[in-house]
Write a protein that binds this ligand. Structure first.
Ligand code: MD3
Ligand code: FE
Length: 207
């Protein structure tokens, strides 16, 4: 059932069937390999993100996009495959309708049982196109906040394997985070320990 959590923030549970989840997981395992593979992100303030990340299309590092892994092995970022862009466009059609954006970035986050993501806004993209989020593996608590502060009011939503969430319009610049993972809740058939989240974005940048 489609739930609008806030204006422009739409949750569509169980959007990916088991076969699609497996395909996407296989692709993520491939993308995680070096060069330009999975890495730990360090913030300028000396912090370390607990979710590890790999990027396609454009490489994100705090707080900009580059064409190479500027803060890692220096390799060119992996290409953003056209089929993933089509999946993103279908996600937008199935949630909002409206213009289907030309996605050119995927950020893939891997969470083990103890990983978290603090409240933040995604404002490094030079486009306000909706962000598409796909979840695989363990269930998490996703915290959707407001545009003004990183604190209350917020809404906690459980995101499960196969769920789609789209963030557009006034929700595009809302604070959000992942305060916890529920270990061992992944579908048994998937073969994933932990959680994986794929976000599709429009960079607004020219290559
Ligand atoms: C709302 N990822 O990659 S997905 C991120 O589950 C990120 O890995 C979380 O926050 C995760 O930046 C949350 C939901 C999400 C993603 C991007 C958004 C919500 C968003 C961008 C704008 C507003
Ligand atoms: Fe985010």
């Amino acid at each position: 059932a489609r739930t609008q959590v806030a204006p422009g923030a739409v949750h569509l549970p169980d959007w990916l069937d088991a076969a699609r989840q497996s395909e996407l997981l296989d692709a993520c395992r491939d993308w995680a390999r070096p060069p330009a593979g999975l890495r730990t992100v360090r913030t300028p303030g000396g912090g370390t993100m607990t979710a590890r990340q790999v990027c396609l299309g454009w490489h994100w590092y705090p707080y900009a996009y580059a064409r190479t892994v500027a803060d890692g092995d220096g390799a060119p970022v992996k290409p953003f495959p056209p089929w993933l862009g089509e999946l993103g466009r279908r996600a937008v059609r199935d949630t909002f309708g409206g213009p289907a954006p030309d996605y050119d970035i995927a950020l893939i986050n891997f969470y083990d049982a103890d990983a978290r993501m603090g409240m933040h806004r995604d404002s490094d993209e030079k486009s306000h196109a909706p962000v598409v989020s796909l979840s695989l593996g363990d269930t998490c608590v996703f915290r959707f906040g407001n545009t003004a502060t990183r604190t209350r009011p917020y809404t906690d939503v459980e995101l499960r394997s196969g769920d789609l969430f789209v963030f557009g319009g006034p929700s595009r610049l809302a604070y959000h985070g992942v305060p916890r993972i529920h270990p061992g809740t992944a579908p048994p058939g998937l073969g994933l320990t932990g959680r994986l989240n794929i976000t599709l974005r429009v960079s607004g940048l020219r290559r």
